[in-house]
Design a protein around this ligand. Structure first.
Ligand code: ADP
Ligand code: MG
Length: 363
């Protein structure tokens, strides 16, 4: 069992409070992604897990054992880092064999394990090379293979694909995910790339400024973001945020803005809004905006085409509405020209609503 539990963990570097009150559980055999922008505390979290960094306060458990004071070598945590960490005077084969040699496994078993992982990671043809002669992409794969070869309780990876080109990155995403499943690993995977987190992980922990924003499955963080930060971080193109005020007419409650927006809330949405009457932000993903070239209904908002980005399957149209910009994802046949006037509507059942002050989601 390799359940990982952070309980009230803080990490300070001198006066820098890098991690604040980290509480989460990564379950045995989970592929667990830690996602957030640069500097949010991802590597610090991972380094505490590996035992490379002291824990300022709180407790860390691996498999039910408190490991705050357990040495890295006694944790059975295997790592692959952004800067590879390969032994420069060992061949690729020797780098892969090393963690097994340390475990005093016999030579034939080591050879078998190394050849299997080398095959998985497409390293067979370079097993006799020295790290210095490898491309960054190859070094990265050796580093990942070395982390996986020894069947660790926990495998941790810190931005392992950041040096690879787009094609190899896609390939390695599949490989790592497949290997995780095939070997029954517990993997903690740090990335700033939401696509990596969404496509690979069972659970995603989203952090910002050293504070957990949300922990959930890819579906949960995408469809039910806990706050404006998560909503804006997950999904491309990014969700639109539109500052609104709340208007009550009889029993009807609507979101309005000075540019003609009016979204009438459903009974369920009204319930989730509670009695809140302060400023709010409407959140709507670009593909939930309908665009028209003609004003066919009284409720449409009007904008002016600012940028058209054709992507083949869809177009991303940025429109200016007063002093805000809104992105919509449309059918490829919808191709307005720059500065054209267009009309749009928002699916109210697809919209999100956030507290304008705290960013917390109502729905
Ligand atoms: P991430 O991996 O998400 O980019 P880090 O965990 O590396 O974030 O860093 C979190 C915060 O802690 C940042 O503000 C960073 O500058 C600071 N930090 C990280 N390592 C050190 C260190 N050794 N000394 C001082 N500050 C550090
Ligand atoms: Mg980092």
């Amino acid at each position: 069992m390799a359940e990982i539990r952070f309980e009230g963990v803080d990490k300070h570097y001198g006066k820098v409070e890098a991690i604040k009150n980290l509480n989460f559980v990564c379950e045995d055999k989970d592929f667990f992604a830690i996602l957030g922008p640069s500097g949010c505390g991802k590597s610090s979290t991972l380094r505490m897990l590996a035992g490379l960094e002291d824990i300022t306060s709180g407790s860390l458990y691996i498999g039910g054992r408190r490991v705050n004071d357990v040495k890295p070598s006694e944790r059975n945590v295997a790592m692959s880092f952004e800067n590879f960490g390969l032994y420069p005077h060992f061949t690729v084969y020797e780098n892969l064999a090393y963690p097994l040699t340390v475990k005093k496994m016999n030579k034939a078993d080591i050879r078998e394990k190394v050849l299997v992982i080398a095959q998985e990671m497409q390293l067979t043809s370079i097993l006799n090379y020295m790290p210095g002669s490898l491309s960054n992409g190859q070094k990265q794969r050796v580093s990942i293979a070395r982390a996986l070869v020894r069947n660790p309780d926990v495998t941790i990876m810190d931005e392992p694909l950041s040096h690879l080109d787009a094609e190899l990155r896609g390939y390695m995403r599949h490989k790592i995910k497949h290997t995780h499943r095939a070997l029954g690993l517990t993997t903690v995977y740090v990335t700033h790339d939401q696509v990596e987190a969404m496509t690979m992980a069972d659970k995603i922990l989203i952090m910002n400024h050293g504070v957990i924003q949300q922990l959930g499955t890819p579906d949960e963080v995408y469809f039910n973001p806990a706050n404006e930060f998560v909503a804006g971080f997950i999904g491309t193109p990014q969700m639109n945020f539109i500052a609104c005020s709340i208007q009550s007419e009889g029993t009807a409650v609507s979101l309005i803005n000075p540019y003609g927006l009016k979204v009438v809330l459903s009974d369920e949405q009204k319930h989730m809004l509670g009695g809140h009457a302060g400023p709010v932000k409407l959140g709507v993903r670009p593909h939930n905006i309908q665009m028209f070239t003609e004003k066919t209904s009284g409720r449409l908002m009007t904008g002016e085409v600012y940028i058209v980005e054709p992507l083949g399957e869809t177009n991303i149209i940025t429109i200016k509405v007063g002093d805000i910009q809104i992105k919509a994802e449309t059918e490829p046949s919808f191709k307005p020209k720059l500065n054209d006037t267009v009309y749009f509507d928002i699916s109210s059942d697809k919209c999100h609503l956030f507290d304008g002050n705290t960013g917390k989601a109502f729905f």
